[in-house]
Ligand binder design. Structure first.
Ligand code: ZN
Length: 145
């Protein structure tokens, strides 16, 4: 993947809670926090499971496969750091592991049209700098899974 072209582009804030996600992404792996009590995936990571409130949570690898749940196209310059990227896509990808397990992506290379909804996607990793690598998603097919 291409390096980020805008030095002002906002960077994710890495916290103790999210650090395992970013460390895995830097190694080219997609991991999602999962509850050991009930098996539910929580994303973004939480202090307690969304489903059962257990605190027995750990990050586990996932397939990196899913579908485009929704997307929008940004034409306005009201998000600082993205002015040079207009128009750009922002999408929600639903991972195969669980209904409504949604990740935000820009779908690099995708064209906004009706075939994009439900399109099959797979994760790719976009290195931003030594600390941050962004999991992004690219289309691998069209239509419902
Ligand atoms: Zn749980």
């Amino acid at each position: 993947m291409a390096e980020a072209s805008s030095p002002q582009r906002p960077r994710p804030a890495v916290t103790d809670l999210t650090r395992p996600f970013w460390e895995a992404a830097r190694e080219g792996r997609l991991v999602i926090q999962r509850c050991h009590a009930c098996g539910y995936y929580n994303h973004p990571p939480r202090q307690e499971c969304d489903k059962c409130l257990s605190t027995d949570l750990a990050f586990e690898p996932v397939s990196g496969l899913g579908r485009v749940y929704s997307y929008t196209v940004m034409y306005q310059k009201n998000v600082q750091g993205f002015e040079d990227h207009l128009p750009y896509l922002t999408a929600l990808v639903e991972l195969d592991e669980q209904p409504m397990l949604l990740l935000v992506t820009n779908l690099p290379g995708a064209v906004a049209d009706d075939s994009l909804l439900d399109a099959r996607v797979r994760v790719e990793f976009e290195r931003v700098d030594d600390e941050i690598t962004l999991p992004q998603f690219v289309t691998v097919g069209e239509g419902p899974k």
